[in-house]
Design a protein around this ligand. Structure first.
Ligand code: GLN
Length: 474
């Protein structure tokens, strides 16, 4: 099929060059052909997707005006509720949980005429950077199937990277959209905290979580975001937006843009190949009208430790509801305590248990001040550092990940090594600011991602930067 982007697909359907059903059949075939090997999907919603596509074709036949994503196939991560469908968040304990309502993002996708083709694999409860902690299967990187796709939204990233869908949704609590986008060579964006409703998203860290798009172009990212963003009465942290991210208003050059390169982001742990690719990208931006300035974010080294206190704390509290009574399969015992222990003991995987323990510990009476309270203070200071830098520059440039995709199993037994994969992404969640990862060449034959960050609710600026960068590199 010659139409590769969401924008082109919609246009072609509107111009009657192709039907929505034909577009869907193309992608369903791609899934049949490729997903046995890649393992991106947990379930494909063939029948409903076909109905949605047929509905769009009827609208075309009746000469009705088409909504923003009419006929565009999209995949959703397994932690987003879609009424009547299982949402397991990659976990055993929610194996049989059927969504009772639509999450706001799914509701908005439906209203925009998108065709929801399936739910994608993820690390259990979105904890992880490799999509290996899923209770169901391991997703592989389509660029090299001996490698991880990144995580936790690895299924969505792999689905887009292998051409099984043009766009997909992921969730990003500490990097779970941007990092897999980087490792799979696609575009992935975490919006500003409060831009996209979390209603119907199975929570990991509620003060950090944001839903965002995967795509192959910056403009497709803008389109999906435009559809899902905006105030929602079901999520009190969402706000009325001053401007949308419509793809039509995305600019395509660097003229007048000031970029900051934080010196703390070029750490020793970074692969030399990644460093080279990032330096080349910075050079390219500079030679094409972007102003480059060195900036300092001195608290960068504390971002990861603060994240791994705040996030497990929130996770341990959010996961309290999965006890076999309110949610999750019930433990088979007459004794109440034992049945809790059974439900949680067998229902949760190793990484989830680790986080629950860490979270409960840092929130406990004796350690609250020393860990949790301290981490919140650090969080404030990191946010202030970003504010200061964004008074000087429009956009910050950094690597998305310190390394390219690693071998399946390589970091599975080493949680600290896995946590370090998010060293450049967690700060954005801590500060609530938007971040996007765009492909910027390869190192050892594997994709490298370049990250753009901007001030809170300046999401348009990073899409603009990503689009201008894409124009130079495509
Ligand atoms: N990899 C990070 C973690 O395990 C980030 C996860 C995420 O963004 N959902 O917590």
């Amino acid at each position: 099929m010659e139409y590769k982007t969401a924008i082109d697909i919609r246009k072609a359907i509107e111009a009657k060059e192709i039907t929505a059903v034909a577009v869907l059949e193309h992608y369903l075939n791609q899934i049949k052909e490729k997903d046995n090997e890649v393992g991106a999907f947990l379930e494909v919603f063939e029948d409903e997707a076909r109905k949605q596509a047929e509905h769009i074709d009827e609208m075309v036949a009746n000469g009705q005006s088409l909504p923003r994503m009419a006929g565009v196939p999209i995949a959703i991560k397994d932690n987003m509720l879609y009424k009547g469908k299982v949402a397991s968040a990659g976990s055993q304990i929610l194996e049989k949980y059927v969504s009772a309502y639509d999450s706001t993002v799914v509701k908005r996708l439906k209203e925009a005429g998108a065709v929801i083709v399936g739910r994608t694999n993820m690390d259990e409860f979105a904890m992880g950077s490799s999509t290996e902690t899923s209770a169901w299967k391991v997703t592989k990187n389509p660029v090299d199937i001996t490698k991880v796709p990144g995580g936790s939204s690895g299924g969505s990233a792999a689905a887009v990277a292998s051409g099984m869908v043009p766009v997909a949704l992921g969730s990003d609590t500490g990097g779970s959209i941007r990092q897999p986008a980087s490792l799979c060579g696609v575009v992935g964006m975490k919006p500003s905290y409060g831009r996209v409703s979390r209603f119907g998203l199975i929570a990991l860290g509620s003060s950090l979580d944001q839903i965002g798009p995967f795509a192959t172009t910056a403009k497709d990212t803008a389109l999906v975001l435009e559809v899902i963003e905006g105030i929602d009465e079901h999520d009190a942290t969402t706000v009325e937006l001053a401007e949308t991210t419509a793809p039509e208003i995305v600019e395509s050059d660097f003229k007048g843009m000031k970029f900051g390169v934080p010196k703390e982001y070029f750490v020793d742990e970074m692969d030399s190949g990644v460093k080279e690719a990032i330096e080349k990208a910075i050079e390219l931006i500079k030679n094409n009208g972007g102003e480059i300035k060195e900036v300092s974010l001195p608290l960068t080294e504390y971002a990861l430790p603060a994240y791994y206190i705040i996030q497990p704390a929130e996770a341990s509290s959010n996961l309290g509801r999965f006890d076999g009574m309110r949610y999750g399969s019930r433990g088979l015992s007459d004794n109440l305590k034992e049945s809790y222990l059974m439900a949680r003991g067998t229902g949760f995987g190793k990484e989830v248990k680790r986080r629950i323990m860490v979270g409960a510990y840092v929130l406990s009476a004796g350690y609250y001040d020393a860990y949790y309270k301290k981490a919140l203070q650090v969080r404030q200071m990191i946010a202030r550092d970003f504010e200061r830098v964004f008074n000087e520059v429009d956009v910050i440039i950094s690597p998305t990940s310190p390394c390219t995709a690693w071998g399946l199993g390589d970091k599975f037994d080493d949680p600290i090594a896995m946590y370090l994969a998010d060293i450049f992404t967690v700060s954005a969640n801590i500060a609530g600011i938007p971040g996007i990862s765009v492909p910027c060449g390869t190192a050892n034959g594997l994709p490298v991602g370049l990250q753009f960050l901007a001030g809170s609710f300046q999401d348009g600026k990073i899409i603009h930067a990503a689009n201008a960068f894409e124009a130079l590199t495509k």
